[in-house]
Design a protein around this ligand. Structure first.
Ligand SMILES: Cc1cc2nc3c(=O)[nH]c(=O)nc-3n(C[C@H](O)[C@H](O)[C@H](O)COP(=O)(O)O)c2cc1C
Length: 361
């Protein structure tokens, strides 16, 4: 069962080459009355969350095949974009089936983020997101990502600048409750983001300092939702469709975004849709080995073999966490020197996956 990629409304789509330095990069260009559609905010429209190093074009397309209703790009440095830094364009690779796509930006200065939005608009992108949740040192030490939560006035100024630059396009914000443990500034200031011009909010209820440790504080997600009229997409500890459906029921968020759960099982979106609609669980979904092969085929269609192999060595182990013998297999995967060795390792995954395929059949 492989539903085709969804499209937002039915805009007429063409592609046009990106600006500086991009031969492979293409942006979707929308034209016509339905040119700036909102992303979907319904319980049965799960999103793929932004994941640096993972939510690239091939993975987004894979997740869309298996039910993701919207996807967010890997985070893109606003400064890198404005300064035309090499490497930034690669993160903006897209194609018509990769829609609706939200491009996530990180940065600190309102005018730089606004300029980045203008550049992206000129390239045909229509949906933008501010990263106010990434706690990794490389980002937070510059004052960007989750560090923005330390200064809500600055965060609000950035959202205002981005929303103004976006014009009739839309801007969302992805954030955490606060930076320090038990700091809930973002929850208290949720109404200000709405006045600043945000169109939606994505909320991961772990404090910045928590990184990815401990569990997500679902009560904070519910409190955040209760303080804003904007659509909220919930994130955090969604490792199964059951967890996603429960988050929607228990917190009142409009939808959810899967992150690590999608890395282990891109079909989690179809499972989610069926569960939320009260339909029978989808049958005949691929197991890890088949899914890995599909992912590799998609990646090879967009990137040279060397790069695909390098990326797959780090991506494939995410698919087999639950499998018996995963540790040995993971070590073997990271040592694969060519596709023949990778194929052999996948054959082995196929041999041991047996009845352990999550929720299959
Ligand atoms: C490898 C990885 C990379 C991530 N990169 C980003 C990112 O670029 N931007 C962002 O807003 N969140 C990022 N996140 C956070 C996820 O989008 C998500 O909010 C978080 O993982 C919680 O969801 P989960 O517990 O279901 O994985 C990343 C998470 C992971 C695991």
């Amino acid at each position: 069962m492989k539903p085709s990629a969804k499209k937002s409304g039915n805009p007429s789509l063409t592609t046009h080459p990106n600006g500086a330095g991009g031969t492979a990069s293409r942006a979707v260009f929308f034209s016509g009355a339905d040119s700036n559609p909102a992303p979907p905010f319904q319980p049965d429209a799960p999103w793929l969350a932004p994941m640096a190093g993972y939510s690239d074009l091939p993975f987004r397309l894979l997740c869309r095949r298996y039910g993701a209703a919207a996807a967010v790009s890997e985070m893109v440095s606003a400064k890198g974009l404005v300064m035309r830094q090499p490497g930034t364009n690669k993160l903006l690779d897209t194609c018509p089936e990769d829609s609706p796509l939200v491009v996530q930006l990180f940065g600190v200065e309102p005018e730089v983020l606004a300029e980045a939005v203008r550049i992206l608009r000129d390239r045909g992108f229509r949906l933008f997101d501010l990263n106010a949740g990434c706690p990794v040192r490389k980002v937070a030490k510059t004052g960007a990502g989750a560090a923005l939560l330390k200064d809500m006035d600055q965060l609000v100024r950035i959202v205002e600048a981005m929303a103004e630059a976006a014009g009739d396009c839309r801007v969302g914000v992805k954030l955490r409750p606060g930076f320090e443990t038990n700091d809930v500034q973002a929850v208290e200031n949720a109404p200000r983001l709405e006045s600043a011009g945000a169109s939606w909010l994505a909320f991961h209820p772990r404090f910045g300092k928590q990184m990815f440790s401990g569990t997500a504080h679902m009560e904070l997600l519910a409190a955040f939702k209760s303080r804003t009229c904007l659509p909220v997409v919930g994130s955090g500890d969604l490792f199964s469709a059951q967890a996603g459906a429960y988050m929607i029921r228990s917190t009142g968020v409009e939808s959810v975004m899967y992150a690590r759960g999608a890395l282990a099982d891109p079909a989690v979106f179809l499972r989610h849709v069926a569960l939320v609609r009260g339909e029978a669980a989808p049958q005949g979904l691929p197991g890890p080995a088949e899914m890995i092969r599909e992912h590799i085929a998609l990646a090879r269609g967009f990137e040279d073999s060397e790069r695909t192999l390098r990326r797959m060595r780090s991506i494939v182990p995410r698919y087999i966490r639950e499998l018996h013998g995963a540790k040995t297999l993971r070590q073997r995967l990271t040592r694969c020197e060519n596709f023949a060795e990778l194929d052999e390792a996948i054959d082995e995954i196929e041999a041991i996956q047996g009845a352990a395929v999550p929720g299959n059949g």
